[in-house]
Design a protein. Structure first.
Ligand code: GDP
Length: 323
């Protein structure tokens, strides 16, 4: 590992950096974070380029000539979306990553960073999960389609590094939240879904608000601005085949999370558990020793991050409703 830490950092100043997926939660945070790096940020709207189109991606990249690529584009969703749209999750993500990574190799891109996900690890992996746990056991079935695509992306980076010496790296954050998240109740992840439900329960004066499953699964949540900061750090200081875990080192149960969200939102009623809905993985905590050795750690507490996300939600709800 020590060998993979760059002693003279890879400088981003003056580079043309393409953030693929710039309008999503991760991509938009990456663009915000890159603003202070004195680089040229490249983006392309979804309406102009479908990243699943191999020829289109190759032609666009050939024309724009990025030096660096951050693959933050993906079809993503929560436990319900993942288990009901398996074809979208596996096909879209495989297509996006193969198109971008192969074109980056062909065009001699200097550095590429691929975003994995904590769900790449086996369901029964020992906790906290070390990077070596990858491919040591069966996946969590509710999101295996997405996980298989993400594992393939990591393997693509390793393969091009091994065969061609390409400086392609990967990282997997734990469960993300923050501005530009998807607050749709069916498609979104737990934090935006619970935030919307608590908010609506507060407005309607409901006695309780409902969460899915037993409330006992544990999750580690990372604010997307912390992730963006970590991504810039590893672009500068890391070059190696191991996909890096990015987390906070702290976990909460879903019931604790639901209570904290209620508190942040100002909803004073009770929690109701809909146990007909799946729990998913019982626990998902990442071992972040490698990132600490590289000199990075998260700095946004869950409570502060939730409060900031709720403010963003309120601003955008009022925009959506037209006042
Ligand atoms: P996961 O980490 O891949 O399971 O993704 P999610 O963020 O969708 O779910 C995390 C946990 O929160 C699971 O145990 C869900 O059952 C639980 N959960 C509780 N209420 C909700 C909800 O309203 N929406 C979602 N997506 N998950 C919920």
């Amino acid at each position: 590992m020590a060998d993979d830490k760059l002693t003279s950092p890879y400088g981003l100043a003056g580079k043309r950096i393409w953030v693929a997926g710039h309008s999503g939660m991760v991509g938009s945070a990456t663009v915000r974070r890159l603003a202070s790096e004195n680089c040229e940020i490249l983006t392309v709207p979804h309406a102009k380029l479908d990243l699943r189109d191999q020829a289109g991606v190759g032609a666009w990249m050939k024309h724009e000539k990025p030096d660096v690529v951050v693959v933050a584009a993906a079809t993503v969703g929560g436990i319900h979306a993942n288990s009901t749209r398996p074809a979208d999750f596996i096909y879209d993500n495989l297509a996006i990553e193969t198109n971008i990574i192969h074109a980056a190799f062909q065009l001699g891109v200097e550095k590429l960073l691929f975003m994995g996900s904590a769900c790449i690890y086996p369901r029964e992996a020992e906790q906290p999960m070390v990077e070596e746990a990858l491919l040591t056991g069966p996946l969590e079935p509710t999101n295996e389609w997405y996980a298989i695509a993400k594992i393939a992306g990591i393997k693509l980076c390793q393969a091009y590094r091994k065969q061609h010496g390409s400086d392609f790296i990967s990282a997997q954050p734990n469960n993300l939240y923050g501005p530009n998240d998807n607050f749709d109740l069916q498609g979104g992840h737990v934090i935006p879904a619970l935030m919307r439900k608590a908010h609506e329960a507060k407005l309607s004066g409901a006695p309780a608000y409902e969460l899915w499953g037993s409330g006992t699964p544990k999750r580690e949540f990372l604010h997307v601005d912390d992730l963006a900061d970590a991504l810039i750090h590893i672009l500068k200081y890391y070059s190696g085949p191991v996909p890096l875990n990015i987390g906070t080192g702290e976990e909460v149960t879903i019931a604790e999370l639901a209570r904290t969200i209620a508190d942040v939102v100002g909803f004073t009623g009770n929690l109701k558990f809909d146990t007909s809905k799946p729990d998913g993985s019982p626990r998902k905590l990442l071992d972040d020793t490698r990132m600490k050795k590289l000199g990075w750690r998260a700095s946004i507490s869950l409570r502060d991050g939730l409060a900031e996300t709720y403010r963003w939600f309120l601003d955008h709800e009022s925009e959506r409703r037209g006042h």
